[in-house]
Design a protein around this ligand. Structure first.
Ligand code: GLU
Length: 423
């Protein structure tokens, strides 16, 4: 285990996890060692300083990153997060997962990820804007609509992307909507982009239920995290008849064994759950949500939450990853032994980058798709990727993560072999 690992547990760091997952899948497809060597090294890793002015006129310097992992399939693609835990190794792990996610969904993109080491709660709106604009300026030489296209991630949203796109466009001397995705529709964003990772997570739950002959409308579901991914996954599953019994935010988990009224919660909790005591039956400590006796567990908050310390206590029959990297490899092994399938992040939450691709196409063609068109195309893409993964699971007896990685690696290997090594 490398020095990225968390000293308290035998759980691996995100980077060690991503590398060991890729190595495992490489083994399964008998991948040539040279290609594995290429895929376990990022193409580029940028670190930038971001000086910015606080509202009180003082100046602070933040650190930002952009890691571009593999560009064989097309321009690098992946989110920018604003979070105190961002570092180069975590961005590298997340960039590897983006490469695999884009390949699995058969999108013409490579993988990247970046972010700023900052807690967005410590920034006023004006400060958030100044940090975003300066970060866009620092990254300007390393990105572009045909080279690397950032998007929202934890702690960033459509407004962040609007500022980012404006800063880039001002320097380019012309509007460049294609430089980021996840923008508001009024400036070249796509309808359905914000709901997309949550919607695709719900699709993954539905398809997994079909695979295991389970009735979605008999399912109880717990969703950790009520941000863009968790909220939309809960909303869509509720619409489709599942019983969402628990959701959570940073302050706790909100539980009702008879099912939460998700549309009411979404309407009432704009200012948080503290103002909505009739939204739930019981408030539980956050980590208890992960071990509730439910049919489906959706970790949709941060990475590493299902780990060696709690995997044996998880009572769900199916886990569907809404967040990136919520299950450590140690927990994965425990779930495999216990026969609990885990539908991996690279498949389940891939709706985000898939609709980012649709947005990028709309920006190039200057044509707006309707929400219905977006949802239909997303549904088709998800079904294809799910079916390809399912085929590996059924034919080769591998886990869903291994199956998804095998499909993705096959595409990456074919592209690397066809293009060859330059010079
Ligand atoms: N941040 C999202 C993800 O982890 C989306 C990336 C994108 O749309 O480029 O998949």
């Amino acid at each position: 285990m490398s020095d990225h690992a968390d000293a308290d547990t035998t759980d691996e760091s995100p980077l060690d996890a991503a590398l060991s997952q890729i190595e495992r899948a490489a083994d399964l497809i008998d991948l040539d060692g040279d290609l594995l060597e290429i895929l376990t090294h990022p193409d580029q890793s940028h670190k930038v300083s971001i000086p910015f002015r606080r509202d009180d006129d003082s100046i602070e310097v933040l650190t930002g990153y952009r890691v571009q992992h593999d560009g064989v399939l097309g321009p690098y693609k992946g989110g920018l997060r604003f979070h105190p835990d961002v570092d180069a190794a975590e961005c590298e792990a997340l960039a590897i997962w983006m490469t695999l996610k884009c390949a699995l969904l058969d999108l013409p993109f490579g993988g990247a990820k970046g972010g700023v080491v900052v807690d967005p709660k410590d920034l006023s709106d004006r400060e958030h804007e100044r940090v975003t604009r300066r970060f866009a300026e620092e990254l300007r030489r390393f990105i572009g609509p045909n080279y690397d296209v950032p998007a929202p991630d934890m702690g960033t949203d459509a407004q962040t992307m609007a500022w980012f796109m404006d800063a880039y466009s001002m320097q380019a001397g012309e509007a460049q909507p294609g430089v980021v995705t996840g923008k508001p529709p009024a400036i070249g964003g796509s309808h359905g982009r914000m709901e997309a990772p949550g919607r695709s997570t719900a699709i993954a739950v539905r398809e997994a239920c079909n695979h295991y002959n389970l009735q979605l409308d008999n399912m109880t579901v717990a969703v950790q995290g009520f941000g863009a991914v968790g909220e939309n996954a809960a909303r869509v599953l509720h619409e489709w008849g599942a019983t969402v019994v628990a959701v959570s935010d940073l302050n706790g988990a909100y539980y009702d064994p008879d099912g939460l009224d998700i549309p009411y919660i979404i309407e009432e909790t704009e200012l948080g759950f503290a103002d909505c005591e009739d939204c739930y039956e019981e408030k539980l400590p956050n980590d208890e949500l992960l071990t509730l006796d439910v049919d489906v567990l959706i970790p949709a908050a941060i990475g590493g939450v299902l780990n060696e310390s709690n995997a044996a206590d998880v009572k769900a029959d199916l886990i569907v990853e809404g967040a990136n990297g919520p299950t450590t490899p140690a927990a994965d092994r425990i779930f495999e032994e216990r026969g609990i399938p885990v539908i991996p992040d690279v498949l389940a939450n891939a709706g985000g980058v898939t609709v980012s691709y649709f947005e990028w196409l709309q920006d190039i063609s200057r044509r707006e798709w309707t929400l219905e068109e977006v949802r239909e195309e997303l549904g088709e893409k998800m079904l294809e990727a799910f079916a390809e993964t399912e085929e590996r699971v059924e034919e080769e007896g591998v886990t869903w993560r291994e199956g998804a990685y095998m499909v993705a690696l096959d595409r990456l290997v074919e592209a690397h072999e066809l293009r060859g090594l330059w010079p």
